[in-house]
Design a binder for this molecule. Structure first.
Ligand SMILES: [Zn+2]
Length: 344
């Protein structure tokens, strides 16, 4: 079968790979669509991956083989790849802190014992059966391929403790930021405002229902002076990783408000304790997602309340993957999602 392997910086090779086989506790899935995510683009740019299975991890497909000991799955079942329920036996789980389950974290990055030596830019992939989740009726393959980033967005909104009518700012209007803006509205936000350096992303955010969109800087806090009873935003989601993002967040959030950090960027910011203490701000981190977030996101997608299709761009085959990645590295303003169909 054909598999796209990342061979180094900006180098993808389509290789003839042996077919995956089932092991106890695993299934083989034929991939229908796999989304190209921001981490994939970064891996393509640098040639660095936490694990080979991570290159292409937003996928939907059909179960084609089931290993010994796997219950509740059937051949032909349409599934998405995501994280399993907490294992219940690792150190955090046995201490009652299952939100940091070591098995879940290992599956997020593709280092679990049953992880494949390639990602889902492939015709088929073998995975731990606990990682697959049935796709409800009413979600087509192209939308189902967005279940993983949708779950990341759902996790952030659920972590925020957002309540009815809250004013929300989303910094960074890429895929995750756009999906968070949509879900924040579904969760009852009053105003939703996006901040992004790229004009194309600001336009997309407004087209998808944001009240306004600005570049980084003081404009967003001025907007809330006019529209938020002069108080600023109740919740700020930081999804950009930009070096000036913490200043924009502090400028936008109200006294006693909450900043939810979603970005995994490692840049040194300028967040100092006094800024938080003097205004009694809450900072919450949102890492990945849980199986609950996957189910909630899929359910909201199934009855068309959560419209992820608006962020899709196009579907390409494996032979076009190198060119698609080159385009994404060359133009960071692209915020719509490119999907890959290995069967094309
Ligand atoms: Zn565990």
């Amino acid at each position: 079968m054909r598999v796209a392997m990342l061979q180094g910086p900006r180098s993808i090779e389509i290789v003839d790979h042996p077919e995956p086989v089932v092991h106890p506790g695993s299934v083989v899935v034929e991939i229908d669509r796999c989304g190209i995510g921001g981490p994939d683009v970064e891996a393509f740019r640098t040639g660095q991956l936490p694990a080979p299975a991570w290159f292409g991890h937003e996928w939907v497909g059909r179960v084609v083989a089931i290993g010994p000991g796997v219950a509740g799955r059937f051949e032909g079942e349409r599934v998405v790849g995501a994280v399993p329920p907490p294992c219940g036996t690792c150190r955090p789980c046995t201490a009652g802190i299952s939100s940091t389950c070591e098995l879940v974290l290992s599956m997020i990055v593709g280092t679990d014992p049953l992880a494949s030596n390639h990602g889902a830019f492939a015709e088929r992939i073998g995975v731990d059966a606990r990682r697959v989740h049935r796709v409800p009726e009413g979600i087509d393959d192209a939308n189902a391929a967005l279940a993983e980033p949708a779950a990341v967005a759902a996790h952030a909104v659920r972590r925020s403790n957002q309540t009815l009518g809250d004013g929300v700012v989303v910094i960074g209007a890429g895929t995750i930021g756009i999906l968070i803006a949509e879900l924040a509205r579904l969760a009852g936000a009053g105003h939703v405002v996006a901040v992004d350096v790229q004009a194309a992303r600001r336009e997309l955010a407004c087209a998808l229902g944001a009240d306004a969109a600005f570049g980084p800087g003081p404009e967003v806090s001025r907007w809330f002076n006019d529209h938020g009873h002069g108080l600023g935003a109740d919740i700020v989601y930081e999804c950009s990783g930009g070096s000036d993002a913490s200043q924009t967040a502090l400028g936008a959030v109200r006294q006693g408000g909450t900043i939810v950090v979603v970005s995994l960027a490692a840049q040194t910011g300028s967040l100092v304790p006094a800024d938080l203490v003097a205004r009694e701000l809450t900072v919450r981190a949102s890492l990945g997602y849980s199986v609950t977030d996957v189910h909630r996101a899929l359910d909201l997608m199934a009855d068309d309340r959560f419209r992820v299709s608006a962020i899709q761009d196009r579907t390409v085959g494996l032979d076009e993957l190198q060119t698609a990645f080159e385009g994404l590295v060359g133009d960071p303003s692209l915020s719509r999602k490119i999907l890959v169909s290995p069967q094309l």
